[in-house]
Ligand binder design. Sequence first.
Ligand SMILES: [Zn+2]
Ligand SMILES: [Zn+2]
Length: 167
Amino acid sequence: MGSFKSYKCEKCGYEYDDYEGTGRGHAEKYNEILESMKSGKLGDKPAKFFKDNPEGIIDISCQSMKCLACGRYESVERMTMLSYIDDRAKRNCRRTVSRYYKDWSDIEFFTKDYVRSSFTRYFIEREYFDHKCSECGGVLMRFDDFNNATCPKCGHKLIENGGGLWD
Ligand SMILES: [Zn+2]
Ligand SMILES: [Zn+2]
């Protein structure tokens, strides 16, 4: 389950929802995204990563980004590429995980929020996916500082405007 917070510009009415975590739909999405990355459909960087790290995994939890070119916010799946820290981490990870799941390759594993905490115990982030703005094609950067966010349309400060859980 993920959560979101809504932000609003009181001057022009612009609104943005900052999504975090994963939803149920991500279990199916996981393999879809993984295949696209492996096949090169999403560029050379992911394809090379999975060629070098066949057991690599991806973090597909949601993340807000900000476009360096047009200033708009966009919620994307991180698609950060991770691999085992070392062989010891690999053995320990399999041992721990088998207690919860019969099938190691079960896609659910990577989307359960409580198991996500084990990312840092067994895996290390190796490559970031180069996200592009879906409107102008500009470079997207991670953005978390919504307490100091400004409206991409008029430059006014954004204020928090509720929130909730999704999925
Ligand atoms: Zn505004
Ligand atoms: Zn843009």
